[in-house]
Design a protein around this ligand. Structure first.
Ligand SMILES: Cc1cc2nc3c(=O)[nH]c(=O)nc-3n(C[C@H](O)[C@H](O)[C@H](O)COP(=O)(O)O)c2cc1C
Length: 520
């Protein structure tokens, strides 16, 4: 770069809109797309201040990530429980060159198996990328193991592992199964795990070599071979760690700018300690709903980006129409933490949509009553009346009968415990409201719209603000592929504007404004 010499401008091409800027220093520099370079000074030529190489969305992240997973873009759509991340969503994103995960959490083994069959039929013949969620289920370890066995047995090559505070036999078995050496001696993974973490101590578990105690336990049960154990003991469970900041659903509400660099430093330290040859990539999730946010994640060093909330509002989502329309109206502050159905007794919260739903307030009320009283029967009458009338829409006795019927079909031990322990009975009754409120949103039960539990993070409101006035404002036009392409293309434009700024040029705000458009 040099200033002052009267050369014609040469500015390398960019796929997106041209930006014209002025240079404050001499007041006459213009930058534009294309142009030609002339070594002969001419009167009407501008001095060359900068030449930017092209920048494509495909290049924003770590190329190794795209190559390993067979992707065009470094873009992942995270799993969404109860089938909200549908097979249709996974297929659409695979065709767009992105990776996504079927939302297996909360579903029966039979439903997960049916989804696998659908995805294999649709995507395996053309070798397109896809995966399934494997979620830690502390209350149902047998279910977690059954899903892991299903994934292995049905040849699912990629999973998103989530909610693991500690490693379990199920996830270690999945990761270690099929490990082998190629002819050069390099270790080849048969299964790939994207581990989602929001804490440093959990990241460490996925970064350290797989624990020998779990490996030998699996070997003694005939679930791993001696070679698989030997190789696994030298490798981290995962070479893709998705760092999840403030997100929809379960979240620690951490800012990405604090979390990602912290986990990246931990990664560097552990890689050095163990001398791994494989590179371990860090992806970014949580709060990503605009091109600027995606560009910022890549600027932080993310190998790939992952979205969630914004996909839930798309037409391929498993959420009912009414709930999707509610999401499309959300503003950034329209989210709130509310008690989680799966970890209610522990006081764990999830982030949900507040606008248009009383769920968060009602669920909080149930949690407070659970904390304050030993049984349903001991709740004072005025409180009890309100809960029966406004929340459960059933008397405590009827609510327990329907809750009991549900658990009889799922886990008899829960019923036995509840019949012996009134506090547990109260927990199950209150948890049934929390569980049903998600189903009402998915199934579009309009009569219970005021109770819809819709997991959602601030990314949703940011996205809605960005797409206002564009074709993506209407929930009916939101397709996961278009959302992904627009976020990525916009991130490339913004990254490029920032590059111009970083060569010392004065860049107008409009250069950072990418409006949604139909992209192919
Ligand atoms: C409706 C919904 C359901 C989710 N369910 C799961 C899940 O079952 N398993 C999981 O690993 N992550 C789940 N997530 C998290 C997403 O996969 C993703 O990591 C997260 O939404 C990204 O943050 P964002 O919501 O700010 O985009 C869910 C998120 C949402 C919004």
């Amino acid at each position: 770069m040099f200033a002052g010499a009267p050369l014609s401008v040469a500015i390398a091409t960019v796929r997106s809109s041209a930006q014209v800027v002025r240079d404050d220093r001499d007041g006459r520099l213009g930058l534009g797309l294309g142009g030609s370079l002339s070594l002969q000074p001419t009167a009407d030529a501008w001095p060359l201040h900068a030449s930017l190489p092209p920048l494509y969305p495909e290049w924003l992240g770590d190329r190794g990530f795209a190559e390993t997973h067979g992707l065009r873009f470094p873009y992942v759509a995270g799993a969404m429980a109860n089938g909200i991340a549908t097979t249709r969503m996974v297929v659409e994103l695979a065709k767009a060159g992105c990776l996504s995960f079927f939302g297996a959490a909360g579903l029966s083994k039979g439903r997960v198996e049916a989804a696998i069959t659908e995805l294999q039929d649709a995507l395996d013949p053309s070798a397109l990328p896809w995966g399934v969620n494997l979620i830690h289920s502390p209350a149902e370890p047998a279910h977690e193991e059954a899903i892991a066995e299903l994934l292995i047995g049905r040849g699912v090559r990629c999973v998103e592992a989530s909610a693991y505070m500690a490693l379990t036999p199920a996830i270690v078995r999945y990761a270690a199964t099929g490990l082998r050496r190629d002819s050069s001696g390099a270790v080849i993974r048969h299964h790939r795990v994207l581990a989602k973490v929001s804490r440093e101590e959990v990241a460490r578990r996925f970064l350290e070599p797989m624990p020998m105690s779990l490996l030998t336990g699996l070997q003694s049960r005939g679930q791993l071979s001696a070679l698989e154990v030997e190789l696994a003991a030298t490798l981290p469970l995962s070479c893709d760690i998705t760092v999840e900041a403030d997100s929809g659903g379960h979240t620690d509400n951490r800012p990405l700018t604090a979390l990602l660099p912290t986990v990246a430093l931990l990664r560097d330290q552990i890689v050095a300690e163990h001398g791994y040859v494989e590179s371990i990539r860090i992806g970014a999730a949580g709060g990503l709903g605009t091109p600027a946010a995606i560009a910022a994640a890549f600027a932080l060093g993310a190998a790939y980006v992952q979205t969630g909330s914004v996909n839930q509002a798309c037409i391929e989502s498993g959420l009912g129409l009414r709930a999707r329309q509610m999401l499309a109206q959300a503003e950034m502050a329209d989210v709130i933490m509310a008690p989680a159905a799966d970890m209610f007794e522990l006081g764990v919260d999830v982030q949900v949509l507040r606008r248009g739903s009383m769920f968060a307030v009602r669920a909080r009320k149930l949690y407070e009553l659970y904390r304050a009283y030993p049984s349903l029967e001991s709740i004072p009458k005025p409180e009890r009346d309100k809960v029966e009338r406004d929340i459960l829409q059933a008397g405590f006795a009827d609510a327990w009968q329907s809750t009991r019927a549900f658990w009889l079909g799922r886990d008899l031990a829960q019923v036995q415990r509840a019949e012996a322990d009134p506090k547990h009975r109260m927990a199950l009754v209150f948890r049934s409201y929390l569980g049903l409120s998600s189903r009402w949103a998915i199934n579009g039960v309009d009569a219970r719209a005021a109770d819809f539990q819709i997991w959602c993070g601030p990314a949703m409101g940011a996205f809605n603000r960005w797409v206002r006035g564009s074709f993506l404002a209407d929930a009916a036009n939101r397709r996961v592929g278009q959302v992904a392409l627009n976020l990525l293309e916009g991130a490339a434009v913004i990254s490029r504007a920032q590059q111009l700024r970083s060569v010392g040029l004065s860049v107008p705000n409009s250069a950072f404004d990418f409006r949604p458009r139909l992209l192919a």
